[in-house]
Every structure is written in C-alpha cells, then in structure tokens.
Design a protein around this ligand. Structure first.
Ligand SMILES: NC(=O)c1ccc[n+]([C@@H]2O[C@H](COP(=O)([O-])OP(=O)(O)OC[C@H]3O[C@@H](n4cnc5c(N)ncnc54)[C@H](O)[C@@H]3O)[C@@H](O)[C@H]2O)c1
Length: 307
C-alpha cells in the first residue's frame, strides 16, 4: 500500500516508517523537521520537508497516489500548548484539518491518527481508563487531539473515510528526544549517563502508563491491517510512579549522582492509566515488552549514542 506518514522524522513516526517498509509498503514522509531529524528517516522512504499546514500537501497526496495516511506530526509538548494555545491549535487542529481535507479530496481511504490516552481523559475518574471514560482534557494539547478525533468521526459520516485514533499512553524508547521537556525516560537516562542529577517534579509520586515504542508500532501495523474503526487506547495497564522509574534507571546506570526534587509542574495530572482491552479484543494486540526490558533497551541505545 502507498502510505503517507506525517511526522516520519520524529521519534514514533520514524519507527512506524521502518516497520511499514519492512512489511513491504511504499512510504512517503512529510515532516517540517521542527523536532524530527532527516537522518532518522528510512532511506527507502521519500521525504518531503513540508509543513502539514502547507496547502501544497494536496500535490504530494496526488502525485504520490497515497491510499492511507498515518498522521503522527504534531506539536507534541503539553506545556508548550498551555503557554501558546494558538500556536498549538494552528499545528494540531488546523494542520490536521488541512491534511484531512486534502486526503479526502485525493481519495484516501483510511487515516490512522496519533491521539493521546495520557491527555484526552483529563484527571481520570476511574482506573484504568477505557475508551468510554469521559473526555475532559485539561490542556490545549488534549483539546486539539480530541477535536481531530471529532473531525475524523464527522468526515467518516460525510465522506466515508475510515479512521483509527490510537490513544497512546506515555511512549518511550530509542530516538526519543532527551533534550525536550517531555519524555521522562529519555531525559533521565541522558542526565544519568552524563552524571548530572535528574530533576523530579514535585514529590515524584505522580504515575504514568509507560509503553515501549515497539508495542506502539505494532498497534500501528494492526490498525492498518485490520482497518480498525474508532478510538483505541494503547497502554500497558501498569501504573509506575516517577520515583520508581528513576530508581529502575539508576539501577541500570551506575553513577554517584542522585535525583533532586523541583517544584511540582502546575496543571500536571496526578495519575494516568489506560486499559487496552478494546485493541486486544479486536486484534490480539498486547504489550510484549516489559518496563524492565524496555528500559534496558532504551539505556543501551543512549549509551551507544554517547560512545
Ligand atoms: N511520545 C509520547 O509519549 C506520545 C504520547 C501520546 C501521543 N503522542 C503523539 O504521537 C505523535 C508523535 O510524537 P513523538 O513523541 O514522536 O514526537 P516528535 O516530536 O518526536 O515527532 C513529531 C514529528 O512531527 C514533526 N512536526 C511537528 N510539527 C510539524 C508540522 N507543522 N508539519 C510537519 N511536521 C511537523 C516533527 O518535526 C517531528 O518529526 C504526536 O502526534 C504526539 O502528539 C506521543
């Protein structure tokens, strides 16, 4: 199949591109390289350095005869969305709308969308959250993801384009940016390898559901293979505190430095935990990589980057 992967130079997108190519698909990447890296794009994919807000996206879809869109490109920083909701909305809502509008006009049949399980439910009322949990995002980033899910539903009704919204938990693994504000596993690993103390925000007892990149890529493969319809959580159903995560990384990286605690981040959710029963029931997907194994693989990757 001919697939357009937006954000294919980024952390998650570049792994999806590698796997789709390995599965025999023809892949085109659109990425403006704002946080992604051209060298991460599989050489067998065709890269267009282009913004998803650019109307010229229509030509790419048409020239490349795209049949399916996998939309990973985003302003993916929750805190930045709070600081500048307009800029976030321009990329995450208007950019997505530009992409979907042209994709529909060019006859694209299916869209896979990188949504968020960590931010779309807001402060959770039940644990773990199923897809039916109330959607009360408390960040502009979460609101934008919800808006795109609603557009996808609406366009399915009007135009018949099918869609899968994959609501990722906290994804970690090789290629995650260790210098950003999000991606605690990459940030802590990088600092420990440099013998610099990681900073734990607040008391460190806030929890997240950490899912390894390979399991997320597998969900993207299954979404394509089964043409899944609707929203699906992609998480492990296991809750881990930042303190526990830090201790596990410290056990893998021998260093005398100790973490320091900083002030809590305003508006940060206390707990996040997802149930992926729906995805499991429809595709047989299950998280295969334990946190222990995933952290070991991630540390090995960052060690190699340092060498
Ligand atoms: N990492 C996580 O834990 C997580 C969790 C939930 C959802 N997501 C979503 O998954 C997707 C991928 O996230 P990631 O962690 O790989 O982030 P990333 O920043 O590594 O990747 C995003 C990619 O999109 C590109 N991009 C950004 N704005 C663009 C624009 N206007 N036009 C074209 N390209 C643009 C960037 O250059 C980058 O390559 C995002 O949609 C994100 O919101 C990520």
């Amino acid at each position: 199949m001919r697939i357009l992967v937006t954000g294919g130079a980024g952390f998650i997108g570049s792994h999806i591109v590698d796997r789709y190519i390995a599965e025999g698909h023809e892949v085109v990447v659109v990425d403006n390289l704002s946080s992604g890296k051209a060298e991460q794009v599989n050489p067998q994919a065709k890269l267009y350095v282009m913004d998803i807000c650019d109307p010229a996206l229509a030509q790419v879809l048409e020239t490349e005869k795209i049949e399916c869109v996998n939309h990973q490109a985003a302003q993916a920083n929750v805190r930045r969305s709070v600081a500048d909701p307009v800029a976030d909305g321009e990329i995450n809502i208007i950019g997505s709308l530009n992409l979907l509008h042209h994709a529909i006009r060019c006859g694209v049949k299916h869209c896979i969308f990188a949504s968020t399980g960590g931010a779309i439910y807001g402060e959770q009322e039940t644990f773990p959250a199923e897809e039916t949990h109330p959607l009360n995002p408390v960040s502009p980033y979460g609101v934008a993801k919800l808006a795109v899910e609603k557009y996808l539903f609406c366009f399915q009704q009007i135009h018949g384009i099918s869609y899968t919204a994959l609501r990722y938990a906290n994804v970690y693994g090789p290629r995650q940016d260790p210098h950003g504000e999000a991606g605690v596993v990459a940030i802590f690993t990088e600092r420990l390898l440099r013998n610099e103390p990681p900073v734990i925000n607040g008391d460190g007892e806030q929890t997240r559901d950490y899912v390894y990149i390979d399991d997320v890529v597998e969900a993207n493969v299954l979404a394509l293979r089964h043409t899944l319809s609707g929203a699906f959580n992609v998480g492990t159903g296991i809750e881990t505190s930042v303190n526990t995560l830090y201790r596990r990384l410290k056990a893998l990286i021998p260093t005398p430095v100790e973490a320091v605690h900083g002030p809590p981040k305003e508006g940060e959710q206390r707990r996040s935990l997802l149930s992926s029963r729906r995805l499991q029931a429809q595709t047989g997907w299950a998280p295969r990589i334990s946190l222990e194994e995933g952290l070991a693989k991630t540390v090995a990757y960052f060690r190699q980057q340092h060498a």
